[in-house]
Design a protein. Structure first.
Length: 197
């Protein structure tokens, strides 16, 4: 069945979102047909305003001002620690955990020469500037355990000023996980990241 052009356009736009295929996109579009004009206008306006969404000039997370609340917080700055992440989603996951209280820095990806992503495409220069300007003592690299993540970590360690304490987050067995069901790489990382009791 051929959809009306207006509905097909909505389906096509939903399909651009990662993880949403043809069926899910159609389901979402059909769901929106039950909304009244006011709700649709409000939804459309909120999507349109995303084009003017701002990022913090220091760390790169979304905010309403030039500098986000975390970067402008004296209690966060006093800790002298920056946690470096690949994406804003990674920042949100760590912040939601509630166990980290320092500053953040969003790279916007990892080094990947095959995809044309080199150092100039990432938020690396500003990281070095922040470490120097704020006299950061500890840098936590919270990048995913992949070839690209490993290469990016090695690159960052080389470009940071001497004397900075650079650490990488541990990887391994999830809480409640069972060894027999884990892949060999996860088990290897868990053994590499062991610590004394």
């Amino acid at each position: 069945m051929e959809l009306p052009q207006i509905l097909q356009a909505v389906v096509d736009n939903f399909k651009k979102i990662p993880g949403i295929g043809e069926k899910t996109a159609l389901r979402h579009a059909l769901f929106l047909t039950n909304w009244d004009g006011i709700d649709l206008s409000s939804f459309g306006e909120s999507l349109e305003k995303m084009g003017s969404l701002r990022k913090c000039l220091e760390c790169g997370i979304f905010c309403d001002e030039d500098i986000c609340k975390l970067c402008s917080s004296p209690s966060r700055s006093e800790i002298k620690t920056i946690c470096v992440v690949e994406s804003i989603a990674d920042f949100m996951a760590i912040e939601k955990g509630g166990g980290y209280f320092g500053l953040f820095h969003v790279l916007g990806g990892t080094l990947n020469p095959l995809m044309g992503i080199g150092p100039s495409e990432l938020n690396l220069e500003s990281l070095v500037e922040r470490v120097k300007a704020k006299k950061i003592e500890n840098i936590i690299l919270a990048l995913n355990p992949s070839v690209e993540g490993d290469a990016t970590c090695a690159y960052i360690k080389n470009i940071l000023p001497n004397g900075a304490n650079v650490e990488r987050i541990g990887f391994g067995i999830p809480i409640g996980g069972s060894l027999e069901y884990l892949d060999s790489l996860t088990i290897t990382k868990a053994i590499e990241n062991r610590r004394p009791l």
